[in-house]
Design a protein around this ligand. Structure first.
Ligand code: XMP
Length: 514
């Protein structure tokens, strides 16, 4: 394992992903973890991430020198580089000489492990205030910039390396190569980590954990729960039962995708609960978005728990495990806790033991989203499931501005299906993060169709590009694709006489309209 020490900011996750892209397994640890504890994990190498601090700021995170003396190869980046420099006796000046963004790096490769085979001049991404002016004793300076005399240093004997910039971001043109040089040449690691290993490892673990007991998994139609279920299915087969709640708010063909394609690909035992009527009844007369979300969430839990109760009533108390599609970013962001959490399920269904507890199975908790997709692919799941764009749990219920009714849902399903079909046909699925299609059910506008006046509803297209849904920009879709979608929706969907495009970034607009 390569440990990525997280000094704050958002760089550690990206570094960990890049290391895995180099097919070396990596994990993130907080910089507050004592060095002894880091070393106790027996890391093959350690990477120190960037961070928002200046090494001179009060309370700036430090590192015990012991880390550099343990014989473990270390690579410092940005803040990690400066920390390495000051800890080992180099000089970092609080010069106020700032460098942000794209910078030219001048490389001297005469004896460089990191830069071998890369150009003498390369673009790198900088973000720092302080500058290193002298490397620690025993280190060779291997790069500089116009502003910073020491922008990279290496000590091959001690296997310590550092760069002032961010090799993990794509703007650093040879960043991945430099990182790989550290991993393969500096630390002597072999690139052999693959998602295939993950599958084998998890299958063995799950088998051992579950024994001859049984597990339940809720399927949402999304990537994470589908891949988690497929992995557990591979491990324990018929001991797993999946539950899919059809709340009637899914898009066209989605329920069938789970019912047919997912089952066909995995052979999983699936219990589909048709709860459309129940949800529509609960939503009747409600237009407030928060109100809708609460109702959908509440009904969902009730239906899921009832299905769970039925499965337990059938199978007996050996149903002890609940499968969840928790991903590594969730784990890191919630403090990186390890070990199996025990959750108590809240039953409001009669006939269950009061204190029934499930143990969680979270087979994806070490993986990033793109790795989850690879695992899904390897498990033979269809592309329509594995490459699926995000879709909110409350479904089309929060894409109808106004009251949710069956007629309106059917109308929106048609419009959405057309938009998705045309985006896919134009090859745009990978370029956009997602494209909500929204029905403004409370708005009407005048139109003319055939010989007559119409008084119909607008449909909003909300195509966005994003990296993590925290921020987003509206996608500049080609006009001819937009035109095709507009023409088809207004011609093919009754009661819709206008298609409009949402050109708002996030912030200020959220991706969904409700
Ligand atoms: P917003 O609208 O907040 O959405 O910009 C950010 C991302 O989250 C998705 N989203 C949800 N996903 N349950 C989910 O599982 C929800 O209640 C929910 N609301 C929004 C949204 O589609 C976008 O990708």
């Amino acid at each position: 394992t390569v440990l990525v020490v997280d000094f704050g900011a958002q760089y550690a996750q990206l570094i960990a992903r890049r290391v895995r892209e180099a097919r070396v397994y990596s994990e993130i640890v907080p910089s507050t973890m004592p060095v002894a504890e880091m070393l106790a994990k027996n890391p093959a190498a350690i990477i120190l991430s960037g961070g928002p601090s200046s090494v001179y700021a009060e309370g700036a995170p430090r590192l015990d020198r012991e880390l550099f003396d343990a014989g473990v190869p270390v690579f410092g980046m940005c803040y990690g580089f400066q920390l390495m420099a000051t800890t080992l006796g180099g000089t970092v000046d609080n010069t106020g000489a700032r460098e942000y963004g794209r910078t030219e790096l001048h490389v001297s490769k005469s004896s460089s492990t990191l830069f071998e085979g890369t150009p003498d001049e390369q673009s790198v991404w900088m973000s720092h205030g302080d500058a290193c002016s002298a490397a620690p004793e025993g280190f060779t300076v291997t790069a500089s910039t116009d502003v910073v005399p020491v922008a990279a240093f290496e000590n091959d004997e001690k296997k310590l390396y550092g760069v002032q910039y961010h090799p993990e971001v794509m703007h650093s043109t040879h960043g991945q190569q430099v990182l790989e040089h550290f991993l393969y040449r500096g630390a002597g690691l072999t690139p052999n980590w693959t998602t295939g290993n993950v599958i084998d490892e998890q299958v063995a673990l799950i088998r051992e954990q579950v024994g001859d007991k049984r597990a339940i998994c809720g399927l949402s139609g999304g990537v994470d729960s589908a891949v988690a279920a497929a992995l557990v299915q591979k491990a324990i087969g018929a001991q797993l039962t999946c539950v899919y709640v059809d709340h009637g708010l899914m898009r066209k063909g989605e329920t069938e995708q789970v019912e047919k394609d997912f089952v066909a690909a995995t052979g999983v035992q699936l219990k589909v609960v048709d709860a459309e009527e129940r949800f529509l009844t609960a939503l009747a007369g409600v237009s407030d978005p928060e109100q809708k979300r609460k109702i959908i969430g509440r009904e969902f839990i009730r239906v899921f728990e009832q299905a769970q109760a039925e499965i337990i009533a059938d199978a007996g108390p050996e149903v002890a495990f609940l499968v969840q599609g928790t991903l590594y970013p969730d784990v890191v962001e919630s403090g990186g806790g390890t070990g199996t959490a025990n959750i108590k399920s809240h039953h409001n269904v009669g006939g269950l033991p009061e204190d029934l507890e499930f143990q969680l199975i979270e087979p994806l908790r070490k993986l990033f989203k793109d790795e989850v997709r690879m695992v899904g692919q390897e498990l033979g799941l269809p592309d329509e499931i594995v490459q699926r764009q995000p879709f909110p749990g409350p479904g089309l219920g929060i894409r109808i501005v106004g009251e949710v009714t069956k007629d309106r849902l059917d109308l929106l399903r048609e419009a959405d299906a057309i938009a998705r079909e045309e985006l896919t046909a134009a090859g745009l699925d990978r370029d956009i993060w997602q494209c909500p299609v929204v029905l403004l059910a409370d708005v009407r506008s005048v139109g003319v169709q055939g010989d007559g006046r119409t008084y119909g509803h607008p449909i909003v297209l909300r195509p966005v590009s994003s990296e993590d849904a925290m921020t987003a920009d509206w996608s500049r879709l080609p006009y001819d694709v937009l035109a095709k979608i507009s023409t088809r929706i207004t011609n093919e969907v009754a009661d819709v006489n206008r298609v409009v495009l949402d050109i708002t970034s996030k912030p200020p607009g959220t991706i969904e309209w409700e």
